[in-house]
Write a protein that binds this ligand. Sequence first.
Ligand code: URA
Length: 193
Amino acid sequence: MPGLADVERVALACTLCPLSEGRTTVVFGEGDPGAGLMIVGEGPGREEDLQGRPFVGRSGQLLDRLLEEEAGLARKQVYIANVVKCRPPGNRDPLPEEISACRPYLDQQVDLIGPRVVLTLGNFATRALLGTTEGISRLRGRSYPFGGRDAVLVPTFHPAAALRGGGEVMAKMRADFVRARQSLERGGSRGHP
Ligand code: URA
């Protein structure tokens, strides 16, 4: 069975979808490969594309803050990845075919890391991993059984929504990060919901 480094090596050379043509760097993901908490965002923005690291721009700063303040975790204690590993041009939404092409990388990351809690940020990550078309506003506020293991998925808004939307979104995100921490403390779905 391939390890995370093997999957990353393949992803770094990926040309499965047209996003590969416009990228500077593949943003595979980073963090603790044995993390209990895995965070899944949408796709790299400009800064991420330049640096090859997820969530290093303004959204990333907010993510780091929420993690520390509400979940008591440093960035290096979690694993952070995205639904698509290459930047969509002009930060447009990823297309369904781009999400599908990239999906095996995300699935292998989830399998190899085996998190007890997956925190999805925004519509794209939440819909992809829950297999639904429902919107994040209706999905957040609870946790969902995830995968075949004792894991749970906690959906929340994308940090960019809090940066745009202000206090109300931020308060809900804080509550969701607390939920993720509590789920982690309970050990995933043991004790769910
Ligand atoms: N937004 C995302 O969804 N992912 C990143 O890595 C950065 C910004």
